[in-house]
Design a protein around this ligand. Structure first.
Ligand code: GAR
Length: 216
């Protein structure tokens, strides 16, 4: 079976993209990164990808009159690079139902909370305000509703009394960098499949996901 051909959409720093690129440098990793695309031309992550010889393309949403045109350009760019699976990694544009349907069950996202808690923005501020003792991150298939969709994998992260939004974000981000490559690998190996709008994890892969339950 060939490798999963992944395109990664970013808007900025791109540290999750970097984690995926680094994981994919292992010849045994079952996915390859075909291109990195940013809606913001100045995104730092584009340089990271270019330095590693990965096609890095800016598709500036501001250059398009309508969202549909922008998303068509994104899809065309992905297809031109042979992409068959898309990872959102800090891509800060809400994708339309048309785009989601075009990439149905071939489009995943990483979100910095344990969904379905704390959808949307400012997840860490809200978690701290609520006094939760455990937060984390989630990789999920994308559906039309924001931050909703079949969950592939989650990592739990403890909240410390001394945490600020920044310190908590940093701890969660470390877990994200472990979680996203794991989720992509499970999907690429056929060990994480959408069935009836949840993701079934193959029995031999359950231990690997469980290890991340207490990621730090
Ligand atoms: C990550 O924490 C990611 O989970 C979050 O943005 C950050 C991007 O960082 N995504 C969202 O909030 C999506 N709703 P990165 O550019 O360094 O990967």
């Amino acid at each position: 079976m060939g490798k999963l051909k992944v395109g990664i959409l970013i808007s900025g720093r791109g540290s999750n993209m970097a984690a995926l690129v680094e994981a994919a440098q292992d010849p045994a990793f079952p996915a390859e990164v075909r291109c990195v695309l940013s809606n913001r031309p100045e995104a730092g992550g584009l340089d990271f990808a270019r330095e590693r010889g990965i096609p890095a393309v800016a598709v500036d949403h501001k250059a398009y009159a309508a969202k549909a045109e922008f998303e068509a350009a994104v899809t065309n760019t992905l297809l031109a690079h042979g992409v068959d699976f898309v990872c959102l990694a800090g891509f800060m544009r809400i994708v339309s139902p048309v785009f989601i349907e075009r990439w149905h069950n071939r489009l995943i996202n990483i979100h910095p909370s344990l969904l379905p808690s704390y959808k949307g923005l400012h997840t860490h501020e809200r978690a701290l305000a609520d006094g939760v003792k455990l937060t984390g991150c989630t990789v999920h298939f994308v559906r039309a509703e924001m931050d909703v969709g079949p969950i592939v994998a989650q990592a739990a992260v403890p909240v410390m009394t001394s945490d600020t939004p920044d310190s908590l974000a940093a701890r969660v981000l470390t877990a994200e960098h472990r979680l996203y490559p794991l989720a992509v690998r499970l999907i690429a190996e056929g060990k994480a499949r959408v069935t009836s709008e949840t993701v079934d994890i193959a029995p031999d892969a359950v231990d690997e996901t469980a290890r991340l339950f207490s990621a730090r």
